[in-house]
Design a protein around this ligand. Structure first.
Ligand code: HEM
Length: 204
């Protein structure tokens, strides 16, 4: 219902001034609809997904960050000390530079990421070789962020909420971090990317 209403509102903006409408996630979908590539119902299903993908994920993550910061007084003190350095009129850019804040977010996403379930991928028709195994074309392969994020070989003391582990993350830690998924769906171009304050968002 909300998705359909939002689409109608956006359609009205497009109709009123097609060249000056603010680009949003819906812009390309509307373009596809004009080229008869998407039915209204498909648009609505996509919009539904965007609402869930964009709101539940951030709400769950923020909730866990608050809980974890409240539970761990040492983390709270360190975080408050960093936050108190912010200028009065701070901007998003200022927040990006706060290394401990980013470590806290990273650690909350590791243990309590909102998408811990399997992330399925389909093997291409010609099949693929993975870790010494041949996977026939069309097979669905899943990776599990929940398990990877608790792998002791990658994250020592895996059940401990310890943001400082992200201060100098190893390559395995960065590769094993799947809170936002990985691979082609995440447009991951640089597998050695940093997972700290200067991290690029991998989410569409
Ligand atoms: C804490 C914040 C978020 C987390 C942890 C998160 C996590 C994820 C994960 C795990 C996937 C699946 C990726 C994969 O299959 O490899 C995904 C996909 C997606 N996310 Fe997010 N997300 C977050 C925020 C958002 C926001 C704010 C939006 C939009 C406003 C969004 C839109 C999407 C969309 C559209 C997809 C599907 C991409 C595709 O299939 O190609 N996400 N997200």
């Amino acid at each position: 219902m909300f998705a359909a209403d939002s689409l109608k509102r956006y359609q009205q903006l497009v109709d009123a001034d097609p060249d000056n409408v603010k680009p949003t996630l819906l812009t390309n979908m509307f373009r596809a609809k004009e080229e008869d590539k998407l039915e209204f119902d498909e648009l609505k299903n996509n919009a539904n997904l965007y609402i869930v993908a964009g709101s539940d994920t951030t709400a769950i993550t923020l909730t866990y960050i608050v809980v974890m910061v409240c539970r761990h007084s040492a983390v709270r003190e360190k975080l408050v000390a960093e936050l108190s350095q912010l200028p009065e009129e701070f901007q998003n850019e200022d927040l990006r530079k706060l290394s401990y804040l980013n470590q806290v977010i990273e650690e909350a996403l590791r243990l309590y990421g909102p998408v811990p379930s399997a992330l399925p991928r389909k093997v291409p028709a010609e099949g693929a070789e993975l870790a010494g195994y041949f996977l026939p074309g069309g097979t669905t392969v899943n990776s599990s962020p929940f398990s990877l994020h608790r792998d002791e070989a990658i994250y020592p003391r895996p059940y401990e909420f310890d943001p400082s582990r992200w201060e100098n993350p190893t390559k395995d830690m960065k590769d094993g971090f799947l809170a936002f998924g990985a691979g082609s769906r995440g447009k991951l171009e640089d597998p050695t990317r940093k997972v700290n304050a200067d991290q690029e968002t991998l989410v569409l």
